[in-house]
Design a protein around this ligand. Structure first.
Ligand SMILES: *Cc1c(COP(=O)(O)O)cnc(C)c1O
Length: 484
């Protein structure tokens, strides 16, 4: 299987080259040449690691089967316990795929536990002996999941930059108590955009790039534009479907809808790959919060990023430029030149683009779009807890609400992307309680109220010592990167 760029279809790269490079030089994202087909009968009864090795093997064809078997066993064999891709019934016809039973209690663990192994192996395959420096600007979940995934890996140094007062206290504690001999964590004065802009400036600094080359070192990021982060997410769609068949909830080959709380469009796009590979997926329902740019796009065919940005209680979905939508536009239009034009238009002064009606209709054959505001999210969170005795975090609650408003005839699986204790203050508020002074107190209060189990990694936070405490200005990110 070879890969080309969404903006240049003359390229052909192997999987390891695409993963090592991350983003194509003209700014496009790497996509596979075709969608490999697989029969459900080949997958029945496999353990999650074996399922992952089988599906990834169809895409990562220059990685050996032995390597994939070993890497998937290392990542998924124990870190998620029995609860890997656990799919539970919320009520008749509605299910929750709980993706937060991993080490950092958010779904990003599925990609960021495996991705580091794929990167180290890509360097070996490509005979790249340089040191890899990973810089991550994070609003919370990505930073912690990346730190856990990359800690103690040889030849790799990782630094995470989070906005000083932009994360939940739990998210901050998760990062500053991070263990490992190659990890660095900094608070940055300002908001997430300031941290992200500061990091981007380091990536585009030519002088620094030359210094790194001299030191036999190269920079990379850990966000979801890398194919190595997207591919592992295809697996849990298959696992969830097979689990519903095994539980007797659905008949084999019966279509199922998946409703996904969406930010960068990576998670839901993985569902599209699963569908194209042959999984009986009905509609992929894209759920947004008050930042409803994707919903407006689905309705009008206009992607317009020149709009107000809202900070919500589902911060991982507070995003205006959903990078992975570019991959869908390529697959649907099959025209890299056209996609390049759209992206130039989005990056230009108008910050928008429009797609032809035909293309919009083609997208709507597979996708539905919906959004809900903060009040509807909180109301749904409370209602689901009271009526179904199911406790959801605010991201999942957005998807539950959109799944209800966009309900079709097929059973629906909502992707539950974070454990509710990660956002205890918001969950308490949604349940009509007041938030306490610290997140540790919020976790205790939420536990007293609901009795839901507190995940061990979060319960242990109060006993851990902070290893990192430095706050820097965005301009200082370069100085910090130089020192690593
Ligand atoms: C990252 C994240 C999302 C959004 O996922 P995308 O792949 O960016 O669409 C949703 N919920 C949570 C909790 C997340 O951490």
């Amino acid at each position: 299987m070879k890969y080309y760029s969404t903006r240049d279809d003359s390229l052909r790269l192997t999987a390891s080259a695409a993963i090592l490079q991350g983003i194509s030089s003209e700014g496009g994202l790497f996509v596979p040449e075709e969608f490999p087909k697989i029969e459900l009968s080949e997958l029945k009864g496999l353990t999650y690691p074996a399922l992952a090795a089988k599906i990834l093997g169809l895409y990562l064809t220059d990685y050996s089967a032995e390597f994939l078997a070993h890497a998937t066993e290392t990542c998924y064999g124990t870190a998620f316990g029995e609860e890997v891709a656990k799919t539970v019934k919320v009520h008749e016809g509605l299910y929750s795929l709980e993706l937060w039973h991993g080490p950092t209690c958010a779904f990003k663990d599925y990609a960021l536990q495996l991705m580091p192994h794929l990167l180290v192996e890509a360097k070996r395959i490509q005979k790249d002996e340089s040191r890899t420096l990973i810089l991550v600007a994070t609003s919370g979940d990505t930073g912690k999941a990346a730190l856990e995934g990359y800690k103690n890996l040889p030849g790799i140094e990782i630094a995470v930059f989070y906005p000083e007062s932009g994360t939940s206290e739990t998210q901050r504690l998760q990062m500053v108590t991070q263990e490992g001999n190659n990890v660095h964590v900094y608070a940055v004065k300002g908001n997430f955009d300031d941290a992200q802009t500061g990091v981007k400036r380091v990536f585009t600094n030519k002088e620094f790039a030359a210094e790194l080359t001299q030191k036999n070192c190269h920079l990379t990021s850990a966000n979801s534009i890398n194919w190595g982060r997207l591919a592992p997410q295809i697996v849990y769609y298959f696992a969830s479907y097979l689990s519903l068949v095994a539980q007797g909830e659905i008949k084999e080959s019966e279509p199922v809808d998946f409703c996904v709380p969406t930010g960068n469009f990576g998670d839901i796009l993985a569902g599209y790959y699963a569908k194209r590979m042959g999984l009986p997926v009905g509609r992929l329902v894209c759920a947004s919060n008050s930042n409803r740019i994707l919903t407006d796009f689905g309705e009008s065919g206009v992607y317009d990023a020149a709009r107000e940005f809202y900070k919500t209680s589902s911060p991982s979905m507070d995003i205006l430029v959903s990078s992975n939508l570019e991959r869908l536009l390529l697959h649907k239009s099959q025209d890299a030149q056209f996609v390049a034009k759209l992206m130039t238009s989005l990056a230009g002064e108008e910050k928008k683009y429009e797609i032809p009606e035909e293309l919009k209709q083609s997208i709507l054959e597979d996708f539905a779009f919906g959004a809900c505001d903060e009040a509807a999210c909180f109301a749904k969170l409370a209602e689901t807890y009271k009526s179904d005795n199911y406790l959801a975090d605010p991201h999942t609650a957005v998807a539950l609400e959109v799944a209800a408003t966009q309900q079709g005839s097929a059973p629906c699986v909502v992707l539950s992307t974070a454990n509710p204790y990660k956002f205890s203050a918001a969950v308490l508020k949604a349940l009509g309680e007041s938030a306490k002074l610290s997140d540790m107190a919020n976790i205790a209060a939420l536990h007293a109220l609901t009795g839901a189990a507190v995940p061990t990694p979060l319960a242990e936070l109060s006993h851990k010592t902070a290893r990192f405490g430095e706050t820097i200005r965005p301009e200082e990110i370069l100085r910090v990167a130089r020192s690593l």
